[in-house]
Write a protein that binds this ligand. Structure first.
Ligand SMILES: [Ca+2]
Ligand SMILES: [Ca+2]
Length: 246
């Protein structure tokens, strides 16, 4: 049911290609895997009903300077609302493309992940599902990622706003980076109970449906899910042992 009803949202995404700017050839190639490791039995609502934890399509950015996808204490801007409420990364991508991939913001690469590994088209990842993406980066660059907590009103996961350092003393980052991710509330839509709210992506009539919150981006510390990230999904990063060709 979750998958079927998310069709409305995903109809938008099917119109998007996965825009990845041409990447520089020097640097280290990284593969990132986001895997939904939540229970296939689902999460339990207050009614006792079960619902699957899912992550939405999202985006990644590799950058030298801060890209300001969001800032705690400030309202959601520059497309964050569409990502956080409807799992649609397209609006943020438009903003990033307008900035260009080299300039005042430093060097920047970005892309969308919207097709689960093994799937033929865009969709969320439920229990057992995964997204993967690759990029080539050089020392000094950092990784930012956004993905929506699928059955919420406006919750998203992201690392701290400065991004994740991809190199330490020139050594490429590798391993489990799940702990870098925090659950945020975009402050854009009033929260309902996760998994059952009528204004959440699987059940709402269309994108951008729900009561406006007029709030600020903040860590979702009041959610029972805030401390459960490591039980719900795992993010790993693997640097290629071979240097990309010059
Ligand atoms: Ca909210
Ligand atoms: Ca909504």
């Amino acid at each position: 049911m979750f998958k079927r009803n998310l069709f409305l949202v995903l109809a938008i995404l099917t119109l998007l290609s996965a825009p990845t700017l041409a990447q520089k050839s020097d640097g280290t190639k990284f593969t990132v895997r986001i895997e939904n490791i939540s229970s296939p039995d689902g999460q339990t609502a207050s009614s006792g009903d079960k619902w699957p934890f899912a992550l939405s399509p999202g985006l990644w950015v590799v950058h030298e300077r801060e890209v300001r996808l969001f800032r705690e204490g400030n309202p959601a801007v520059n497309g964050l609302e569409a990502q956080a409420e409807d799992g649609n990364p397209g609006e943020i991508i438009k903003v990033l493309e307008a900035r260009g991939h080299k300039g005042a913001h430093g060097e920047m690469l970005h892309g969308v992940f919207n097709t689960p590994v093994g799937a033929s088209g865009p969709g969320p990842i439920g229990p057992g599902g995964a997204y993967e993406f690759t990029f080539t980066a050089k020392p000094g660059m950092r990784l930012s990622v956004l993905t929506m907590f699928g059955q919420s009103n406006d919750w998203f996961y992201a690392p701290k706003r400065q991004g994740i350092d991809l190199f330490t003393n020139g050594k490429a980052l590798g391993g489990d980076i799940t702990a870098e991710f925090t659950l945020f509330d975009a402050g854009a839509e009033v929260n309902e109970e996760p998994g059952v709210g009528m204004n959440q992506a699987p059940r709402q009539k269309g994108p951008n449906t729900g009561s406006a919150e007029n709030g600020k981006v903040h860590a979702a510390r009041d959610s029972a899910f805030f401390t459960k990230t490591g039980q719900l999904f795992r993010v790993t990063i693997t640097p290629s042992t071979e240097m990309a060709s010059k």
